[in-house]
Design a protein around this ligand. Sequence first.
Ligand code: C5P
Length: 222
Amino acid sequence: MNEIRVAIDGPAGAGKSTVAKMVARRLGLLYIDTGAMYRAVTWKAIEEGIPLSDEQKLVELASNLHIRLQTNKQKQSVFVNDTNVTEQIRSKEVTEHVSTVSAIPGVRTSLVKMQQKLAQEQGVVMDGRDIGTCVIPDAEVKIFLTASLEERARRRMEELIRKGVQVDFEELKSSIAKRDEMDSSREFAPLRKAEDAYSIDTTNLSLDEVVEQIVSICEKQI
Ligand code: C5P
């Protein structure tokens, strides 16, 4: 009875994955982090020394890659051809280049197919940039999560500090802004709010408040 599909989109660092994971747990749905898939392709391309300007090779790579997301309690692990790359795909290098790779239409076609298959098999909470507009345009619930750039950078900084990574706040802010700009201005499936998505600005909301709002929207659909 809980088999609804929840699409959560928004810019980098808006808290999508943390919120999506919590909503999925509350509703007994599978959480799928689509950003991890674009990161996995980017990681593998760097690993294999494929120039990021070689679109054809990147499209080939994406269509042959076996990406597996394994969810265990609150944690999602990412495997590429059976190698666990959960940590590697969060590196600064992958983060800097992922928007270049995700802008290639052929790369998106392969990953969107995988994502649509997953969403057909069970109820999901899927987060990304184009879930409500392209991947599951008929999702029962669509959410567009935002927060001010300052707040998103502050949250990301806290997360990195917790992991023991030193970063410069201004540098972090400009790298988030650059990624948003690339994701929003690409021609194919840009980051954009679906017309029928609920917009939630999380700048002044706690994590629990955001989760409660989304869960109550979802419960009306169940
Ligand atoms: O969500 P996350 O920040 O990990 O996503 C990394 C990148 O993957 C985004 O900046 C974007 O370029 C790409 N992405 C995308 N479409 C999605 C999910 C992520 O283009 N559905």
